[in-house]
Write a protein that binds this ligand. Structure first.
Ligand code: HEM
Length: 504
């Protein structure tokens, strides 16, 4: 018996030692590989880049002098951010971005890995799931973004824009110097996604604020804060013991309860009146989820439906909200570009106030403007994959099991791809100026099999909102208000953006 115990102890000790040694060996090999990659600044020996100001205030990164940017990007296709001792390797060139994104490699969701942190919030929805489950749901939900489904949404975007204009006009009467644009656009984008995809009529925009919008805002802040404490990042239990963890759980419970309620109401409505789906040429998002059956005839479980509802409410609202805020900011910063877009909107729409589906394809200058705005201020800052096979690129080989990200800011400001990267120049996206550019050089919506399913939805919504706003108002930035870009899941302006809306 004693012999057996000794053997077991020896085996366990051997296994533990073997695991520690191989992990350290792999870690050391990876560190040697990445040591020459460009960095946003010197890393602290313990915290790495996590506690640097640049992580919370991106102004210094966004205003790096061109020579500095050039030095950081010219000879390398990868950059590195140290999350304490964990290197976060980021593709910052189209070649490396393509190598990462065209693979069907999964998103990393193990303990302490980037997407694990979203699991409690978004469950196993389309953004976070992998493998067969992702494949099934992506196939199931793709028809919800068909043009025929998107076309009637233009009416809803216009209705939301009506209220946005009315509120901006009222706010300007109350505070003529300038007004913060955040709450108005937050509720508008939330209302749009709820009405279009989730058949939910909650009169959201008529409320002063909404607990869902407040909860997503705080969740963004708390997730980024959690990432700066490795022990909280790795352990949900430890996180739940902190005050932040408790607050996070409170918001999450609210969000999940809201989604459950919304699903229950739609189920009830469909049960009482099945004809609601009759005559619908194509089903919208929630109805697809409710009625989908797999080959064996089984539908999605309640939890699966809720995960997708949570995912779409977040992914479909916070991102477009971010893009709209940065676009209005850029209108204010670049009055001459604003003017070009204004004249185009007037030409296309004439005496009409409402934007029609047919107008959307004619708003070329606005589209160039929106692309340049998302180049400089990408609403989503990165996406990550877990290598399933070794990857060799640019003289560096990464073993299977390495996490590789694409960093949108580094990529979109690469001076070899975008000369004068800090200059706002929408003509960069004219066909004649971009046909030779690699499609993986501009990735606000990511690319490859896991690209954004909602990009047309969002582009249409942004076009309607922006053209309606700009046709009615001239946009002037409040120069006394500091705009501080921060990473809070999406790229947000920390204290909002203040604008003076002048009636045209
Ligand atoms: C300006 C607005 C938007 C931006 C910048 C944006 C950006 C992105 C990016 C970068 C990804 C990849 C994320 C990752 O790999 O982790 C993504 C995925 C996704 N987006 Fe968007 N998005 C926007 C709007 C929307 C809208 C309006 C919806 C829904 C109506 C939506 C739904 C999704 C979903 C479900 C995914 C996961 C797709 C998959 O993995 O199959 N997004 N988006």
């Amino acid at each position: 018996m004693a012999d057996l115990i000794e053997i077991v102890v020896a085996l366990v000790t051997g296994y533990v030692l073997w695991t520690v040694v191989t992990t350290l060996w792999r870690y050391n090999a990876l560190c040697r590989k990445v040591k020459n990659f460009s960095q946003i600044g010197p890393a602290h020996w313990f915290w790495g880049h996590m506690k640097l100001d640049v992580m919370s205030d991106l102004r210094s990164v966004l205003s790096l002098p061109d020579e500095e940017l050039y030095k950081m990007s010219h000879n390398t296709k990868w950059a590195i951010v140290w999350m304490s001792f964990i290197p976060l390797i980021q593709a910052n060139h189209p070649d490396s971005a393509k190598a990462v994104l065209k693979l069907s490699d999964p998103k990393p969701r193990g303990r302490g890995q980037v997407y694990s942190i979203f699991n409690e919030f978004l469950g196993d929805g389309l953004v976070t799931s992998n493998g067969k489950k992702w494949e099934r749901n992506r196939k199931l939900l793709t028809p919800a973004f068909h043009f025929d489904v998107l076309r009637p949404y233009v009416k809803i975007y216009n209705e939301a824009a009506d209220i946005v204009l009315e509120k901006f006009a009222r706010q300007m009467k109350e505070t003529p110097k300038s007004t913060d644009i955040s709450d108005v656009l937050d509720l508008a984008t939330l209302d749009v996604i709820l009405r279009c995809s989730l058949s939910y009529e909650g009169n959201i925009q008529r409320q002063k604020n909404h607990p869902y919008a407040a909860a997503t805002h705080r969740i963004g802040v708390l997730i980024m804060k959690r990432m700066t404490y490795p022990w909280q990042f790795i352990s949900w239990t430890l996180y739940m013991m902190s005050a932040d963890g408790k607050e996070y759980k409170k918001h999450m419970d609210y969000i999940h309860g809201f989604a459950d309620d919304l699903i229950a109401k739609r189920k009830k409505a469909l049960a009482e009146n099945p004809s609601l789906l009759e005559g619908k040429h194509r089903l919208d998002f929630l109805d697809i989820l409710m009625t989908a059956k797999d080959d064996s005839g089984a539908g999605l479980t309640d939890k699966e439906i809720r995960d997708e509802v949570d995912t779409f409410m977040f992914a479909g609202h916070d991102t477009t909200f971010a893009a709209l805020r940065w676009a209005l900011y850029n209108f204010g910063l670049h009055p001459e570009e604003q003017d070009k877009v204004y004249r185009e909107v007037c030409d296309v729409t004439g005496d009409r106030t409402y934007i029609l589906w047919e107008d959307l394809g004619k708003l070329h200058k606005l589209t160039l403007f929106m692309k340049e705005s998302m180049r400089m201020f990408p609403p989503v800052l990165s996406t990550t994959r877990l290598l399933q096979k070794p990857l060799e690129l640019d003289g560096v080989s990464f073993p299977a099991g390495t996490c590789l990200s694409v960093g949108m800011i580094g990529l979109h400001r690469h001076p070899d791809i975008y000369p004068d990267p800090k200059v706002f120049r929408p003509e960069r996206f004219l066909p004649e100026n971009s046909e030779d550019r690699d499609p993986y050089a501009f990735l606000p919506f990511s690319a490859g099999p896991r690209n954004c399913i909602g990009q047309n939805f969002s582009m249409n919504e942004q076009k309607v909102m922006l053209s309606r706003i700009i046709k009615r108002f001239k946009i002037v930035l409040d120069e006394d208000h500091d705009v501080i870009p921060v990473t809070e899941l999406t790229l947000r302006p920390k204290n909002g953006i203040k604008i003076r809306f002048e009636e045209r």
